[in-house]
Design a binder for this molecule. Structure first.
Ligand SMILES: *Cc1c(COP(=O)(O)O)cnc(C)c1O
Length: 344
C-alpha cells in the first residue's frame, strides 16, 4: 500500500477541521451549555446531536464485530461514497477503476468531483477478473470500486479475486456490502485488520428496513476513519436518525426473520419467472432482488407501470440488455407482479 501522504489529497492532509462547540470541552463533565447559540427550550430537539455518534457506534461495534474507532457513520452510504472522492481524489488529475455494471452512485460522485471513472467490464456471467481491474490502473488510480453482492446483477464477487485486488493494489479498495445480510458469504469487514487500504460499506437501507432514516456505515482502519471525520459536515447524522437507529439495532432477530422470508420469496419468484414465456433467463443472486432477461424489457416495464407496478428497467445498462431488476416485496406484492406478468 502507498503511504497516506501519497494517497490523500494534499489540501485534505493539511486541513484544519472545523471545530464545533460540542468538540471543544471534551474530557470535562458539563451541565450548563451556553456555547452553541442553541435555544434552551424545546427539548430534546434544541441541542445539536453528537457529532461522532458515540453511543450508536458502540452498539454497532458489537453487532458488526468491528472496533468503534474503525466505524464512520453517514447520511446513507452515499455520503461515504462521496467522501472517498473528496478525501483521496484530486479533481482533474486522479482516476478510479470500477467493475461494470455496478451501482450508479460511484460514477455520479466521480462526475460531480471531476474524477475520471474507468469502468472494467465483468464477464457475461457478471464475474470479476482481478487482473483486468489491476491492468486498468495507472499511477493516478486512487480507488478501485467493488460491490458484492453486486447491483444490478445480484451475485457475489469471487472472494479470492477480491483478495487478490486488496493485496496487489497500492491504493484504496472500496467493497460495498450493502446486500451482505442476504448472503452467507463471509463479509470483508471481518478481515479489516488484514487490509489497511480497504473500506467496507454497509447500510441500514436494505435488510435493516430503514431506508428512510438515511444511515450508512464505512468500516476501515482508524487512519481512514479519522480523515472521513475531518471532512464530513460536523453534524452529519441527525438526532432522529441516531435515536431510531439505536432502537432498530435492538431488532436483530426481527431482521433475521425478514431476511429468511425474503429469501424464501426470492426462490419462489425466480421459479415463477422461469415459467413465464416472456422470461428468458434469471441470473443467480445473493441479494434481495434478481435480474431477469425478458423478451422485451421496455414493453413489459411500460405495461407494468400502467398497472401501477414498478420494477427497474436495466435494459440500457452494460451487459443487461432486455433485463429487469426485480426487488422482492411482500408475498402479496410479489403475487400482484406475477399475476400481471401472466396476463401479459
Ligand atoms: C441501495 C444501495 C446502497 C445504499 O445506499 P444508502 O445511501 O445507504 O441508502 C449502497 N450501495 C449499493 C450497491 C446499493 O444498491
Amino acid at each position: 500500500m502507498k503511504s497516506m501522504q501519497e494517497l490523500v489529497r494534499p489540501n485534505i492532509l493539511a486541513l484544519e477541521p472545523y471545530s464545533s462547540a460540542r468538540n471543544e470541552y471534551s474530557g470535562h463533565v458539563a451541565k450548563v451549555f451556553l456555547d452553541a447559540n442553541e435555544n434552551p427550550y424545546n427539548k430534546p430537539f434544541n441541542r445539536y446531536p453528537d457529532p461522532l455518534q458515540t453511543e450508536l457506534k458502540s452498539k454497532l461495534a458489537k453487532i458488526k464485530q468491528v472496533p468503534a474507532e474503525c466505524i464512520f457513520l453517514g447520511n446513507g452510504s452515499d455520503e461515504a461514497i462521496d467522501l472517498v472522492y473528496r478525501v483521496f481524489c484530486r479533481p482533474g488529475i486522479d482516476n478510479v477503476v470500477a467493475i461494470d455494471p455496478t451501482y450508479g452512485m460511484y460514477k455520479t460522485c466521480a462526475d460531480i468531483n471531476d474524477v475520471a471513472y474507468r469502468p472494467v467490464s465483468l464477464d457475461e456471467q457478471f464475474r470479476l477478473k482481478a487482473d483486468q481491474l489491476l491492468q486498468a490502473c495507472d499511477d493516478h488510480t486512487k480507488v478501485i470500486w467493488i460491490c458484492t453482492p453486486n447491483n444490478p446483477s445480484g451475485n457475489n464477487m469471487d472472494h479470492d479475486e477480491v483478495c487478490k485486488i486488496l493485496t496487489a493494489f497500492e491504493g484504496i479498495v472500496v467493497i460495498d456490502e450493502a446486500y451482505s445480510d442476504f448472503s452467507t458469504a463471509p463479509t470483508f469487514r471481518s478481515c479489516l485488520a488484514d487490509y489497511p487500504n480497504m473500506i467496507v460499506l454497509n447500510t441500514m437501507s436494505k435488510a435493516w428496513g430503514c431506508a428512510a432514516i438515511r444511515l450508512g456505515m464505512a468500516f476501515a482502519a482508524p487512519a481512514i476513519i479519522d480523515l472521513f471525520n475531518k471532512v464530513k459536515y460536523p453534524y452529519n447524522v441527525n438526532l432522529l436518525t441516531q435515536e431510531h437507529a439505536l432502537e432498530a439495532l435492538d431488532e436483530k432477530i426481527e431482521v433475521e426473520k425478514w431476511v429468511n422470508i425474503l429469501l424464501q420469496e426470492r426462490s419462489r419468484m425466480i421459479r415463477a419467472f422461469l415459467e413465464l414465456p416472456i422470461c428468458k433467463q434469471v441470473y443467480p443472486t445473493d441479494a434481495n432482488f434478481f435480474l431477469a432477461r425478458m423478451t422485451d424489457a421496455q414493453a413489459i416495464y411500460d405495461y407494468l407501470v400502467n398497472k401501477g407496478i414498478i420494477v427497474r428497467n436495466r435494459s440500457r445498462v452494460h451487459l443487461c440488455q432486455n433485463c429487469l431488476r426485480v426487488t422482492i416485496g411482500t408475498r402479496t406484492e410479489n403475487n400482484e407482479l406475477l399475476a400481471a406478468l401472466r396476463q401479459y
